[in-house]
Structures are given as C-alpha cells and as structure tokens.
Write a protein that binds this ligand. Structure first.
Ligand code: ZN
Length: 174
C-alpha cells in the first residue's frame, strides 16, 4: 500500500514499527470514515482549475499568483509544488491549511500529466512519511507526558470532535 511505499528505505518498515504503522493506518481510517459523512461530488479545486486553464491557453497574461480567498488543501498545494517543479514555473498561493478534503479530483492536463503524476506522488509520499513520523512522536509524547497540560482533544480527538472539525472546514455550498 501507499504507506509501505512512503516508508520504503526507512527503518520504519521493520517489524519493530509494526504497532506504530498499525496505529497510524487506524488514524487514517478514522479520517476516511469521517470523510464518508461529508462526501460530496468530486471536484477539481479552484486553484487547479485556474492552472489548467492557464496551461491550455484559455486565459493568458496572468500573474502567477493564485489568490483564492482560503488557504489551499494539502493535495492542491502538493499538486502546485509538483507543477512548479515540472514546468519550472513559480505559481504561488496563500499556502496550505494542511487539510485534505474528500472528493479531491486530479485535474486533467494531458500535456504534463505524465511528468506531473510521479512528481506529485513523490511529494505525497514525503508528506505521508512526515505525517507518520509526527504521528508516532505525538503518541510517544502523549504516552510519556500524561497530565502535562496538553489539551486532550488535540492528542485524542473523539470521532465527534473530528466530525465537528470536518463540518466546520467543508463549505456547504460552492
Ligand atoms: Zn484543494
């Protein structure tokens, strides 16, 4: 699976990390289950729709700054990083809020897709790896520092907390 690929060539793939990998996968599954609750039609996010319009020449003479009113999601910001790498452009955005929305859709860009896909996948794997490392460190921290004043919700969000979080972050109408 994707996680194995992301952790390939690191020590994290060894048997000693079985438990941590299992816990991490569980946390991903919880997020996935939650995303079912707010599932909507798959869409290409606005930032990426603008990029494809730019590449296809549907709009020209544009400033390479995408000024959407909100920060971009993880998938969009990694896509834009991959796009910049592949096309040597410098498309800038406001930055990422670090969330993933269900229903994110790959924007079709036939002229660049062949290069974009592996570049994007590489970045997503990097992200998965750093998320995994952070996940295990947070768990260790929470195991060894019970009562140290960390807000309980941040380390052990309940399903309700996560649903609330998702509902707050997913716009109900476009
Ligand atoms: Zn997005």
């Amino acid at each position: 699976m994707a996680l194995d690929a992301a952790l390939a060539e690191t020590d994290y793939l060894s048997a000693g990390w079985d438990g941590e990998r299992e816990a991490f996968i569980q946390s991903l599954l919880v997020a996935l289950e939650v995303s079912e609750v707010v599932r909507r039609e798959s869409t290409v996010h606005a930032e990426l729709a603008l990029i494809t319009a730019m590449v296809k020449g549907e709009i020209d003479n544009v400033e390479p700054y995408i000024g959407v009113s909100k920060h971009s999601c993880i998938m969009c910001s990694q896509y834009i990083r991959a796009f910049n790498r592949v096309t040597k452009q410098k498309v800038a955005t406001k930055g990422s809020h670090g969330k993933i929305y269900p229903g994110w859709f790959w924007p079709s860009l036939p002229s660049h897709d062949e290069e974009l896909r592996p570049a994007f996948l590489g970045l997503i794997r990097q992200q998965l790896l750093s998320d995994f490392v952070q996940h295990t460190e947070t768990r260790r921290l929470s195991d060894s520092s019970v009562g140290s004043g960390f807000p309980e919700m941040e380390l052990h969000p309940t399903k309700d907390d996560i649903i609330k979080l998702f509902k707050a972050s997913v716009p109900t109408a476009e």
